[in-house]
Design a protein around this ligand. Structure first.
Ligand SMILES: NC(=O)c1ccc[n+]([C@@H]2O[C@H](COP(=O)([O-])OP(=O)(O)OC[C@H]3O[C@@H](n4cnc5c(N)ncnc54)[C@H](OP(=O)(O)O)[C@@H]3O)[C@@H](O)[C@H]2O)c1
Length: 282
């Protein structure tokens, strides 16, 4: 794919669209972080994923300004931390994100983790829905929600999250949650899409497909996401890998290759035991 070729998009359940691949910004910070994020925009990424807890919203806003791209051409997504779930705190939190980003609106705001023992995610969801009505947030979604968490916020508000951003990579392919999202009309977004330190870059099924297609193992993994309908947000600070990770629309895996990569999954394939029913982040 040539630089700046249009990336395919998904239409979300609220009528907005998102590019089929985004850019993960954790842990890019400081001047180096700004240049890496600006490099990603230059490579053609049009969706940036940040969070209050990444402490880099300022850098994301600065990279966007330095890129010179029109605001409406880039989508910025951020996340509400666990300590801001009470209704008024959630409203103030999103306003704080906008201030740090230097933006009038955020394209997508997610509840970062449900933190079920705190049990305030329903309140946090009401706040995001109200901010969407005000126009400060274009699309509202969640992250790390299970089917039970999703059902609760939908039943309470009548509003279905546009996106659920979950851990999803070949070691943990999330077949069950992908089916839940399909049924509810929620777009699956994948965090740690390569599998980070557990990325199966040397697994036979991946390297064989890479050789057949003349691409890199990383591109095979990201193409696997695309063919599953999962929206990956790979992070890379390296200009060449940033470019490669976006260049996944000019080749196709066979159904057998997709299934063989999914078969790398293991029940204990999570990167750090981030089961949303027990893992909490404030
Ligand atoms: N919602 C949540 O709870 C949550 C949790 C974790 C992460 N996230 C989001 O997901 C984003 C991505 O996750 P992640 O950074 O954990 O994992 P990842 O994107 O799966 O992996 C990133 C690592 O893979 C390397 N890499 C990138 N492209 C590569 C390629 N083509 N070939 C080989 N290595 C490659 C990167 O190194 P180089 O930089 O050297 O290329 C980096 O070390 C984060 O930035 C963040 O925005 C969300």
């Amino acid at each position: 794919m040539a630089e700046h070729t249009t990336i395919p998009t998904y239409t979300l359940n609220d009528g907005t669209t998102l590019p089929a691949v985004g850019f993960g910004t954790y842990p890019l910070k400081g001047e180096d972080g700004i240049s890496a994020i600006q490099g990603a925009l230059e490579a053609g990424y049009r969706l940036l994923d940040t969070a209050v807890n990444y402490e880099n919203e300022t850098e994301v806003g600065e990279a966007l300004r330095r890129s010179g791209l029109p605001r409406e051409d880039v989508q910025v997504a951020s996340k509400l931390p666990g300590r801001h779930h009470a209704y008024d705190d959630a409203i103030a939190s999103v306003r704080g994100s906008l201030e740090r980003l230097g933006l009038e609106y955020v394209d997508l705001h997610l509840i970062h983790w449900p933190n079920p023992s705190v049990d305030q995610y329903v309140e946090a969801w009401r706040a995001l829905v109200d901010l969407q009505k005000e126009g400060l947030v274009r699309s509202v979604g969640v992250s790390n929600f299970t089917e039970a968490h999703l059902t609760r916020v939908i039943d309470d508000s009548g509003v279905t999250p546009a996106v659920n951003q979950i851990e999803l990579h070949p070691r943990f392919p999330q077949e069950g949650m992908r089916a839940v999202h399909e049924r509810l009309g929620i777009r699956t977004e994948a965090w740690s899409p390569m599998g980070k330190r557990n990325a199966p870059l040397e697994e036979d099924v991946v390297t064989t497909a890479a050789t057949r297609l003349g691409v890199t193992p990383g591109q095979v993994i990201l193409r696997w996401h695309v063919q599953l309908g999962s929206l990956p947000i790979p992070k890379s600070a390296d200009p060449e890998r940033q470019r490669q990770n976006l260049d996944v629309f000019g080749f196709e895996l066979t159904e057998e290759e997709v299934d063989a990569i999914s078969a790398l999954g293991r029940p204990d394939g999570r990167l750090f035991g981030g089961d949303p029913d027990s893992h909490e982040e404030m």
